[in-house]
Structures are given as C-alpha cells and as structure tokens.
Design a protein around this ligand. Structure first.
Ligand SMILES: [Zn+2]
Length: 240
C-alpha cells in the first residue's frame, strides 16, 4: 500500500526553548529521526510542514499580546527566522516534500499549506496514489489533530504514531487522540525506537495488528471516548 509520513511542525519555536515550546518536542524530533533512519523506505512520500507566519501584522488574529492559547498565541514561527526552522534534532534528509502554511492567517492543518511549487498535501497524496498516512509531530491537540482530521476527510487510512507526537495540554491531547480514534484513526504506539511496534506489515495488510489482544493501550478506546468530541471536531471545521 502506498503510504506517506506526515511530519507536522517540528520547528524550533514548538520545541524546548522555543517561543511556544511544547514539552516533549525535542523527544519527538529525535524520535522521528530514529524512525526515518530505520523506516524511511516504508514511505513513498515524507511530507513535512512548517508554520510560516508573516513578520508584520497579527496573521489574521493568530498572534496576540495577551494570548488565550486556544485561538490566539504569542508570536511564533515567523518566516525566515530561526524559530521557524526545523528543529535540528529532526534529520530532514528523507523529507520528500516541504509544505509551509499560515502566511497571514491561522493554519493548523498541513492540508491548508502548499509546497514551494504550489502543491497542496491533498494534491500530493492524490497524485502519488497514497492510500494510508502515518501522522507525527507537534502539537497533538492543535496541528496534529487538524492534520489527521483532514487526512481522514481526504479518504486515506490514518495512523497516529502516539510516541511521536507532543501536545500543549495533557487533557486536550488525550481528548484529541480519542476524538481522532472515534473518527477512524488508528492509534499506534511504539515506533519511537525505530522498531516495528506490532509486527504488522508496513503495507497495512494487518489493519488492527497494533492492538492484537484488544486491550486499550492508550486509554483512548474509541468506543468509550467523549461522544461530544466529534461534534467539537465538526464545529471546528465548520468555523473555518
Ligand atoms: Zn501558528
């Protein structure tokens, strides 16, 4: 099965020491590097996004001096600055497509961005016949959530490598993962060391092999997730 890895916003401003640092960001960056060292060949495409805001103005209300950390944020990821660069712990050599998003406006999902050639992520996935994606990066409760949600809507199989994501809030991150599982994503732990977590085929022949005994590995059993989560997701989409 044609598979892509989607690496969301592993940038200096979102990792330790950054303007909008997310705890665990460095761990995610180095974990993705380890994954790619052992498994880059599993992926036909490796697409990485960067939040890439204008230096002037508030980017459509995205920046605020008194941010609420829900809809408004401190200044971060200004295009061309060190904060907007990929974290140096992320080895970018295996990345096949670089996407930027958020120029002059809020953009959480990498599906809202484009490559330098103007291709959207949806266009890339369609053009390459991608049927499944693995999603990793920052932040679980914001840009990973929005990206995975758009990938589900695009119609590909979505697996979130839960050891390779980091979120702003623990509760909101757990809720985001539960909501995505409810919407159809598979939550797959165990790839942070570059090993295959479950012995499942990278071609996706084993759709549920990550959880062979049916146990609830991460506490986010979709059947027991917050029933309001989906409404929240839909409402957020409608608001865009
Ligand atoms: Zn932003």
């Amino acid at each position: 099965m044609t598979r892509a890895l989607l690496i969301v916003d592993v940038q200096n401003d979102f990792t330790e020491g950054g303007a909008l640092a997310v705890a665990g960001g460095d761990r995610v960056a180095s974990g993705i590097t380890t994954l790619l060292a052992g498994h880059a060949a599993d992926y036909d495409l490796v697409v990485a996004s960067r939040d890439w805001h204008d230096a002037h103005g508030d980017n459509g209300g995205h920046f605020a001096g008194d941010p609420d950390y829900v809809d408004t944020w401190p200044v971060h990821c200004v295009a061309g600055t060190t904060g907007a660069d990929y974290d140096p712990l992320l080895d970018t050599t295996a990345i096949t497509h670089h996407v930027v998003k958020g120029q002059g406006r809020p953009a959480y999902s990498m599906f809202e961005g484009a490559t330098a050639e103007g291709e959207t992520v949806a266009e890339l996935l369609s053009a390459h016949g991608v049927l499944a994606v693995d999603v990793v990066g920052i932040a679980t409760d914001h840009c990973v959530r929005a990206t995975a949600s758009d990938a589900i809507a695009h119609g590909v199989r979505v697996r979130i490598l839960t050891d390779l994501v980091a979120g702003v809030g623990a509760d909101s991150s757990a809720a985001a993962l539960a909501e995505l599982a409810h919407a159809g994503a598979e939550l797959a732990p165990g790839r942070a060391d570059g090993s295959d977590p479950d012995g499942s085929d990278p071609d996706g022949a084993d759709p549920d092999g990550s959880n062979p005994d049916g146990s609830d590995l991460d506490g986010s059993d979709p059947d027991r997730s917050d029933p309001g989560g989906r409404e929240t997701l839909d409402a957020r989409h409608g608001a865009r």
